[in-house]
Design a protein around this ligand. Sequence first.
Ligand SMILES: [Ca+2]
Ligand SMILES: [Ca+2]
Length: 352
Amino acid sequence: MLNMTMTPVPAFRSIALVLLGCVAVAGCQSRGPDIALDPADTTPPKRMVTQGVSTKIIATNLTKCAYTNPKMNVRVAAVSEITATDGTVITMPAKTALQQGGNIPLSHDLYNECNQVTPTNSAAVSTAKVPVIEVDADGEVITGFIVADNYYEMYVNGKLVSVDNTPYTPFNSAIVKFKVKRPYTMAFLLVDWDEHQGLGMEVFPVPVTPKTNKYYPGDGGLVAKFSDGTVTDGTWKAQTFYIGPLVDPNEVVENGHVHDTPNLGGRTHPYARRPICEEKCYSVHYPIPSNWQSPRFNDSLWPRAWEFTSQEIGVTNLPAYTRYPELFEGARWIWTQNLVLDNVVIARKTVR
Ligand SMILES: [Ca+2]
Ligand SMILES: [Ca+2]
């Protein structure tokens, strides 16, 4: 006990410094990123390694599709747990607000076959009934359009403003409205959902070749545009927390806070290597920081988001996106370094 008091771990020391700062600096209790950032933790996070599929199912299916027909690509979005080699129990594919449930702001549909909301073009889209989530009572109302492959949850200044109501497939898109003052920080948790949980692979619905469709590494992507002019692009920060499938965990090369897979053929389909390890594949995971949603979270050591084209994302035939080019004009698809292997991503942007 005495030792703990005398030599606090760096995290406690950081909190203490922030608290002391608040006593000295007037107005530091106010929300918003105008307050000091938490000190950056320069210690690179420690990897956790898993092998094989996660078998402990904790939620059988988060997909709630009110309407279905055989032509729709509706897939089961399970949640499970897997134990890493260091004993850490990790939720697959991720801990989400959707699974937690309760009083959460479920997304308002731009396009969603499950709810039969499928406007034919941008002119047919109405934002009138989208609820406004209040972050600042005296802020401006900002409207945003979001496509995430497959799941997103979005925070503004630490407040949850939208949770993707369709976590896996069919591919949907959403409209969000929030009231906030500048500067403000947006933070997205993004999940490339999968069926072979822990492996980062899905069951591809259409056979690619007779054997390759059962273990198929899926890919991710986020595109969003907001009425104040903010768009997703390479000025955002993006960090990956779940990388797989891997033949060997050492295929993830760490350089400080950059977790890259530079030697696996490519960063997008069809160039990314498709390993044949199947149930023996590994994944590498990193702990998600507890305050990642906060405007005070310091993402300065995180890599910048990578931009990808619609062709690389594979969305040239995705009505949830392609029907509304005007609503996404100027926004770029973003993800981390590897669109295929990076399965859980946090993307952040402070708008000044
Ligand atoms: Ca979705
Ligand atoms: Ca993937």
